[in-house]
Write a protein that binds this ligand. Sequence first.
Ligand code: PBG
Length: 335
Amino acid sequence: MDLPAFYRGRRLRRSASMRALVRETTILPEDLMMPYFVVETNDPALRKPIGAMPGQFQLSLDELEKQVAEAVALGMRSCMLFGIPAEKDAIASGAYAEDGIVQRATRRLKKRFPDLVIATDVCLCEYTSHGHCGLLDENDTTGLVQNDPTLDLLAKTAVSHAEAGADMVAPSDMMDGRVLAIRTALDDAGYADLPVMSYAVKYASSFYGPFREAAESCPSHGDRRTYQMDPGNFREGLREAAADIEEGADIIMVKPAMPYQDVIRAVRDSFDCPVAAYQVSGEYAMIKAAALNGWVDGDAVMMESLIGIKRAGAEIIMTYFTEDVLRLLRSENER
Ligand code: PBG
């Protein structure tokens, strides 16, 4: 049979070494940021498994430090802290308290791991008695979260994280104007060099379900659809990203990651700042559950999911798989 020359893509797939040579996208330890949940508790040994997130825990300060020490030894370069306060109230006092749980955790970790990039989640939902990301006005019958009065508290929270030594603040509340409010407050307080990673393109997603158990931040009534974005909207995501960059954001995040890869790609192509993507709790839970049932190969699906997110254009991936990936990369290197 005499065929004319045709494309032979298989030439470059013949061996593992050849495939590695031509691989376009690989996951590196420095791509990953690990979220941790730290609890204000009297029990220094607290290490409470999160039901829908196998392998993840709510941690006391001591346990957090141990966990981070292990991850750093494996090659972890950055993490993100979420706090669960002992008491919640209507004005989210724990969010901006000088001795709040995230502030204490940041001080503790920064001292022991000066090279670790510590980002802090800036939001009120873990600290409000009603679980919303901003303030409510009891006299307002609409029940809407109050945008502008919330900004001051977010800015105060960000400054208190900066004072504790955070390397980056990451507002996730989706109030309008919060990046400007936070940037201005940081500059005024002498933290002009501290970057803001904005959860700019954050959808009202059902994939956050397991997180709300982990962070004890489920709204007691209503939902977050009056501030987080509608999942059907793509162009609106670009508008949110543009606004946050204008207001001073240094890094733009898209969240969740896997169902929004078109948005990640568009943000990457439209702006020149670093782009982050958050593989959220529900994405993690689905993969873990299938793996624990033996329905998929957990490690392989984990890596493929992360490569997909990076290939879509994310330079930074927040993922609960960070420690698993580091362990896997290490064992592959040892082979
Ligand atoms: C706080 C916040 C949420 C997540 C990150 N920051 C929850 C929410 O908006 O309800 C979700 C993270 C995850 O699901 O892993 N506002």
